[in-house]
Design a protein around this ligand. Sequence first.
Ligand SMILES: [Zn+2]
Length: 205
Amino acid sequence: MRAIDKHLALCHTCGKLSRVSSGHTLLCPRCHNPVHLRDPFALSRAWAFTISALVAFIPANFYPIMTVVQIDKTIPSTIMAGVIDLAKNDMLPIAIVVFIASVAVPVFKLVGIIFLLLTVQRAKPINASQATRMYRFIDLIGRWSMLDLFVIAILVTLVSFGKLANIEANIGATAFGAVVVLTLLAAESFDPRLIWDLQDKHKND
Ligand SMILES: [Zn+2]
């Protein structure tokens, strides 16, 4: 049994339990804020964050994330160029970590969220436990993308101490940070209960 079947919803503001008819918005009798069974804007919010993340993903990968300034030359470096550089300089394990954190994870996350959003929106039949596991996984791995920003931060610090060269963070790093935050927000806005609503709907049909 679900709260939605009994038309029960919690007030997001004060937590009071109220009876709401489906598709309607009720004002909480205690704090007068709107109460609904499902947030009517959850999907559009998740789409907005996902599309913004997709847009930011382009400069994050094609603009340099940092510039290495050496005595005689400055070398701007994109994420992929950095990965290739690390691999060439016998730092394959670090290259793999950077590749997973900054390319594989964001791509997997965006594809996963878009898949969930499309499934829910088109009301396609769904294996709800599998989809929920996928959602949990997306939510979990997103945090690890931040690892890449730490790698840049550590590199900048190490190099500044070494005085060998200078590293400046570039526009690509800002865009990359935006991708990480926006995908986190997209996953956060998606309501996994919609997956179960969908499974129940197909069961009842
Ligand atoms: Zn309330």
